[in-house]
Design a protein around this ligand. Structure first.
Ligand code: ATP
Ligand code: MG
Length: 365
């Protein structure tokens, strides 16, 4: 029997493609260690907790390739190790008084991120938490309208440095670029300016102590959004989707984006999930059924809950009175209170350190 050599193992591993970066494992720098003990090989991969199906796909292709390329292998032990934390900003220095920072995001536009962000923030406040809402959608800020706020923030002199005071309504503190711009001024931002503005909203706004700071993100998963989520010290993210396939495809890109920056996804919210007929109380699945739940299962993330489609939710947004405040006893508001509770559990589980609990590394788009 010929002795197994590390170089041969690495050669064989260079024939296995990493589904995330679509490069072979060796040139993608994913092999952290290879050790050989007689006919047993131990491989440590620098990809932590990928989704189950990706993990087993990788394990299978490593096993198959090594056994095909090399002779005399008895056992292959594959371990997945956390990639080192990315150079993310430390929450301690930027938002030292904030326990949990949570982004509300989606791949697709118009699925109801801002509606969900606003109602979740107000629901969390009603459940006794201290809550802030930061409108990070500086291209199309909709938070001022949805919360009926349109004043300019006051300036507060804080031991030499001037800070803006967030506005307040429905028990939450709020900051939006919309407060600083005139109504009809077009907002043209490039990526670095966009994340710069959001950074300023973290450092130059006096947030005081908060249990939750919710970030309403702009739609999409392009470079600008990626730069943005990199500049925010996030404890986790919530992905909003509608039940249709088109929206779910984009939600997957959202998962992938947070995986890239090591931010755990606390769960999926399915908005416009179903319609409750006001006369009969019957439920109708307008956009299909169970899409969000299936998606959550497939990608091994939590399903936080569904929110029905209802004209009163839209009207609440338009008139600046969130439904959880206006009609707290409605089925619709209750669905949002449930999501807030589920989210609280996830955030508490993951701790307040802002350290990712899981990483999601996904394959082909
Ligand atoms: N559950 C719902 N029932 C009825 N209307 C809703 C619901 N959720 C959102 N809407 C309405 O859909 C429209 C889009 O919602 P919203 O602005 O929250 O989406 P968004 O994802 O933040 O959009 P963008 O990508 O432009 O930021 C709004 O008019 C909103 O009132
Ligand atoms: Mg929005």
């Amino acid at each position: 029997m010929t002795d197994l050599m590390k170089g041969d193992v690495l050669d064989a591993l260079s024939k296995v493609v990493d589904p995330e970066v679509k490069k072979d494992l060796v040139s993608a720098g994913k092999i952290k260690d290879v050790s050989i003990d007689g006919s047993n090989i131990k491989i440590i991969l620098g990809v932590s907790s990928p989704a189950h199906h990706i993990k087993s796909k990788l394990e299978t292709s490593i096993n198959d390739t090594l056994k095909k390329e090399l002779k005399g292998i008895d056992k292959i032990d594959i371990q997945f190790q956390s990639a080192p934390a990315s150079a993310k900003p430390k929450k301690e220095s930027l938002l030292e008084n904030v326990k949990h920072t949570i982004a509300v995001a989606s791949g697709k536009g118009g699925v109801g991120k801002s509606t969900v962000a606003v109602n979740l923030a107000v629901a969390l406040a009603k459940q006794g938490h201290k809550v802030g809402l930061l409108d990070a959608d500086i291209y199309g800020p909709s938070i001022p309208l949805m919360l009926g706020l349109n004043e300019k923030p006051k300036i507060y002199q804080d031991s030499g440095s001037a800070k803006m005071l967030p506005l307040e309504n429905y028990g939450i503190k709020v900051m939006s670029i919309g407060f600083l711009l005139d109504d009809n001024a077009p907002v043209i931002w490039r990526g670095p300016m966009a994340s710069g503005a959001v950074k300023q909203f973290m450092s130059d706004v006096k947030w005081d102590e908060l249990d939750y700071l919710i970030f309403d993100l702009p739609p999409g998963t392009g470079d600008i959004q990626l730069t943005l989520v990199q500049s925010i010290p996030l404890s986790g993210a919530v992905i909003v989707t509608t039940p249709q396939e088109v929206s779910l495809i984009d939600a997957r890109k959202g998962l992938q984006m947070f995986g890239r920056v090591n931010v755990p996804v606390f769960g999926i919210v399915e908005n416009m999930s179903y319609f409750i007929a006001p006369d009969t109380g019957n439920k109708y699945d307008i956009f299909g059924t169970g899409g969000g739940e299936r998606f959550a299962k497939e990608f091994d993330v939590n399903f936080l809950g569904g929110i029905p489609i209802d004209p009163r939710i839209r009207e609440g947004g338009d008139k600046g009175v969130p439904i959880v405040y206006d009609l707290p006893d409605s089925e619709h508001a209750k669905s949002i209170f449930t999501i807030a509770e589920n989210l609280t559990k996830e955030a508490e589980k993951s701790g307040s350190s802002g350290k990712p609990k899981v990483e999601i590394l996904l394959g082909d788009n």
